[in-house]
Ligand binder design. Structure first.
Ligand SMILES: C[S@@+](CC[C@H](N)C(=O)[O-])C[C@H]1O[C@@H](n2cnc3c(N)ncnc32)[C@H](O)[C@@H]1O
Length: 237
């Protein structure tokens, strides 16, 4: 009887770190060198993850497929349809090349858009997640500060939850706000009630354009950027 073997297609999901190509892991670099196919997410204009790996790996002989992830608000049903279209595109190319790598900024498990596609892909391809240095670790390192020690508690929030900062200030030693740029005035106002916290604003940690502020009031408007994080850290008594 003739044996039928099912073709296994493999997708590596690679965290490429926060910006500095030297923060790519050895494992990420090894896989990126080997795979013939790269999936590169983009919000339309730039392609940050791709620009990071270009500094560490020669992509000349590789097929790079750009995948558009909408940044603007779109209806939930339209988004679901879009994730399915992107997933079908990935499966189409994986069937041609056998294996490929989806690159994502920072760490794949930390606010990465890849996971919108995961449920569509997991039954069709073997998926291996390769962790990367997250933007939060990078931000803490460039300040430098620790995020927590001993029994301290941390809370991480997208900045549209900033309204509750004061409440969280009662319960947590470190408050992290992702994507703070769009809620800046609100954050500044609420920060006034967090007097026993030191505040930090870091833009583009570990990239050439990196900026670090140790007082939110000193951040000029032109430095407000999508690639930024705010940290409030309880002062030592
Ligand atoms: C969609 S999330 C992706 C996070 C990413 N997966 C990670 O592990 O860092 C994008 C948000 O991460 C933060 N971010 C990403 N890279 C950053 C950097 N180099 N410096 C400061 N914040 C960064 C910003 O808050 C940005 O709005």
């Amino acid at each position: 009887m003739q044996k039928t073997t099912k073709k296994i297609i493999k997708l590596y999901v690679i965290g490429v770190g926060p910006g500095d190509p030297e923060l790519l892991t050895l494992k990420a670099k090894k896989i990126l060198k080997r795979v013939p196919l790269i999936f590169s997410p983009t919000g339309g204009k730039d392609n940050l993850a791709l620009s990071i790996i270009k500094k560490a790996v020669n992509l000349n002989k590789k097929k790079v497929v750009s995948l558009l992830f909408p940044m603007k608000k779109t209806k939930e049903t339209d988004l679901e349809a879009h994730w399915k279209i992107l997933s079908d595109e990935i499966i189409k190319y994986l069937n041609l090349f056998g294996k490929g790598a989806f690159i994502t900024l920072g760490d794949p498990a930390f606010y990465s858009t890849f996971f919108y596609l995961y449920s569509f892909l997991k039954n069709f391809a073997e998926i291996e997640i390769v962790p990367g240095v997250s933007s939060l670790s990078a931000v803490a390192s460039v300040i430098p500060t620790n995020l927590s020690i001993a029994n301290e508690k941390i809370i991480i929030l997208p900045a549209n939850y900033a309204d509750n900062l004061e409440k969280y200030g009662k319960d947590f030693d470190t408050l992290i706000l992702m994507k703070p740029h769009k809620n800046w005035q609100k954050i500044l106002k609420l920060a006034e009630n967090l007097k026993n916290y030191q505040s930090f604003y870091v833009k583009k940690a570990t990239m050439l354009e990196e900026k670090i502020y140790t007082n939110l009031k000193e951040v000029p408007e032109e430095e407000l950027d999508y690639f930024s994080i705010v940290i409030f850290k309880k002062r030592e008594n």
